[in-house]
Write a protein of this length. Structure first.
Length: 191
């Protein structure tokens, strides 16, 4: 099964060092014919990943709560732009339209989003791969803490091995391609 669309969780802040990485991911998605599903922001890493995909001629689907549109946070010129009423609806629509999920280096919102879809996977709500793009070891301290949760008996054996963790865009996409399964589940809580 070909990876058709990837949900990318990342921040509206540029951070200190990962804007080029986000842009490169967007461009590589376009080159590989993989659509981008993201939070529809126009600034920071969100804006960079979307612009990379658009510059490469790729499909870009943005989903954003109307409250954020009112603050002019949305990016224009996307293939599809969906304004929804809540963050819950945003995450559900992103999950429905994606074959896999990845977290780029970012902050609290990204952590909340990636942990939610990872939890959904472990509970059997979907079987779509979940990944961290661990460029320059950005996510390593967090993932070491998660390993500690497993060592303490709070995460079942196998859950961590199920996660895709990759240091580069190409390695990440290759590993996700290997894990996308035919007839994957589209179940999402609340839909």
């Amino acid at each position: 099964m070909h990876l058709q669309r990837l949900a990318v969780f990342c921040g509206s802040a540029p951070g200190t060092a990962h804007t080029d990485l986000a842009y490169a991911l967007g461009q590589t998605l376009a080159e590989r014919g993989i659509g981008l599903v993201y939070g529809a922001g126009g600034a920071g890493l969100m804006g960079a990943v979307a612009q990379g995909a658009l510059d490469g001629g790729g499909e870009v689907i943005g989903v954003i709560p109307t409250a954020m549109v009112a603050r002019e946070w949305g990016k224009t010129g996307l293939t599809e732009f969906h304004a929804v009423e809540s963050m819950h609806q945003r995450k559900a629509m992103m999950a429905e339209r994606s074959d896999a999920f990845v977290a780029l280096p970012s902050g609290l919102g990204t952590l909340e989003e990636i942990f939610e879809v990872w939890t959904w996977r472990t509970l059997g709500y979907h079987d779509k791969p979940v990944a961290f793009l661990d460029a320059d070891g950005f996510w390593t301290p967090l993932l070491d803490s998660v390993i500690g949760l497993g060592d303490a008996g709070f995460i079942r054996p196998g859950v961590l091995e199920d996660l895709v963790v990759a240091p580069t865009v190409d390695t990440l996409l290759d590993q996700l391609e290997e894990r996308v399964t035919p007839g994957r589940s589209a179940l999402v809580p609340g839909t």
